[in-house]
Design a binder for this molecule. Sequence first.
Ligand code: F0G
Length: 350
Amino acid sequence: MSSWRGVLEQYREWLELPQGISPVTLLEGNTPLLSIPHLAADWNSSAAYVKVEGMNPTGSFKDRGMTAAVSVAVAGGARALICASTGNTAASAAAYAARAGLRCIVLIPEGQVAAGKLAGARAHGAEVVQIQGSFDAALELVQELAPLLPAVLVNSLNPDRLEGQATAAFEILDHLGGAPDWLALPVGNAGNISALWLGFRRMAEKRSSGTPRILGAQAAGAAPLVVGSPVENPRTVASAIRIGRPARGPQALAAARESGGGIVSVPDSEILRAQADLASEGIWVEPASAAGVAAARAEIESGRIDIKGKTIVFIATGHGLKDPALYPHVNDPILTVLANPRALMEALRT
Ligand code: F0G
């Protein structure tokens, strides 16, 4: 039986990282690629899959990039990490810092981070600081602070993060035996779309595995790459992607263009509908993670994308448990009955 050793060991030969580093790993990666037969049937797609990145150790795709960034930081003698975050990067940086015995400083926009993410960052001992400003302001501040502290910046501006996150592309290729026709994913700070495109392109050059067309999804109230200019007060229920000035915006636009895809915006109502659709296929994701599904639905139903007989993969970036309070029905009253069978049977009769 071969056992999984984490993404750096698994894909060492394909990654452009310094030679000989010892991985700081929580055995991230190797996440399920699950079929979603009902949505596939609705769309006449030959196959639709979800890459369930919420199954990573801290519940999001960030762990792929964090193992790379933290391993390189440790090899370089770092003592501290710093990041700005809408939550998932924070939780991931905190866990890998704890594993490596590093200090971890996290800047978050005050009151805008989902409970499960904040709890994760604090559980692992990160120093969490809220700023009275947006994620974009926090990202500017950490870039200024990193050299002064000093601390290694582990946002996706750090190129090692992209290397690690490219492994999601390698896993999809390994699983399907080639590239899907389409890949759809949410876009916030635009690191992940850049990383996935890097991964697919690199494998296509080395192994002729082909490349997917990439569909990036932004929330309508936080869609700088769709409107073509920064958004000063980004608004969306999908707090993970509430970002108005994506650090890797130009790369994201290039990924969409070069792959033959695009970046589109979707209203919050459609994001929540897509979240419910995934939940009804057994996959609970946080709101941002459903944006790719919402975007694909809009493109398919309007005829702009023809998915008939084609394969599409969605990157479900984070687990639903990160942000349980937001799921549409969780605040509905719960059926409460006396603790006896008759009362229960009565209540359950439809
Ligand atoms: N989905 C989730 C669940 C995220 O947490 C993020 C980004 C994205 C999608 C977008 O990925 O930024 O690479 O385009 N979260 C960052 C954070 C910003 O701080 O956790 P991206």
